[in-house]
Design a protein around this ligand. Structure first.
Ligand code: NI
Length: 226
């Protein structure tokens, strides 16, 4: 399941973050790789303890903590401090699966990666290639979103970033440990949540809204680890 979260950052915040990232010092991307991905990865990254990464990462986490669509989709327990990568011409990231557990060196935070997130910082028209391609049981999905938009996908899925052939793709990437670790259960809760939202718009006084909301919370109570 891929879920898009539009407009995580507003225009002014996005501009501020882009300027901060543009003036930061980038290093070879393999510093955060496991063995498997070190061979596949060719890109640049901000050191995770750099001032720019911490500042912009904090802005992202703040924005996500108030984003109801993100919260409903991810049911976040822990969010890894956001990392940042840049792909110039000829750079790409071959097919891989993200490590199951990630430890953030600076904070010591350790999480199980249930969901992977990519937040796009470059306008799609400013670069060619650089699509995030995620494989699931229904085939391959190619993702290239407007700046400020985010995509969530299961960390268990194989994925890659295609080679950039023009311009530069700048993005933030991070992981979420969900209160509901099972993708199928989380998907059901998301579908139910979306249906309840729609019914409460279509028929705000319908008693079934209360009943369905009760079902949602009773399923969450059954499945959540907090
Ligand atoms: Ni990955």
């Amino acid at each position: 399941m891929l879920i898009t979260i539009p407009d995580v950052l507003d225009t002014a915040t996005l501009t501020h973050c882009r300027n901060r990232l543009a003036s930061a010092e980038w290093v070879d991307g393999n510093v955060t790789s496991g063995h498997q991905s070190a061979r596949a990865k060719r890109n640049r990254q901000l050191p995770e303890d750099s001032a720019a990464a911490r500042e912009v990462g904090g802005i992202i986490l703040q924005a996500l903590s108030a984003n109801t669509r993100f919260i409903a989709a991810a049911l976040p327990q822990h969010v890894f401090p956001p990392l940042f990568n840049g792909y110039g011409i000829g750079e790409r990231f071959g097919t891989h699966i993200d490590n199951a557990v990630r430890q953030h060196a600076a904070s010591g935070t350790r999480i199980r990666t249930d969901l992977s997130a990519t937040l796009f910082f470059a306008d799609p028209g400013s670069y060619d290639g650089g699509e995030l391609v995620v494989e699931d049981t229904f085939g391959s999905h190619s993702v290239k979103l407007p700046a400020g938009h985010l995509v969530l996908y299961p960390s268990s899925s194989r994925h890659h970033v295609t080679e950039v052939t023009r311009g530069e793709r700048v993005a933030s990437f991070f992981w979420i440990q969900s209160m509901v670790r099972d993708d199928g259960q989380r998907q059901l809760l998301w579908d139910l949540d979306q249906a309840i939202q729609q019914v409460s718009v279509d028929r705000p006084d319908a008693p079934s809204v209360v009943q369905l909301t009760g079902v949602y919370h009773n399923l969450l109570r059954r499945w959540a680890d907090v």
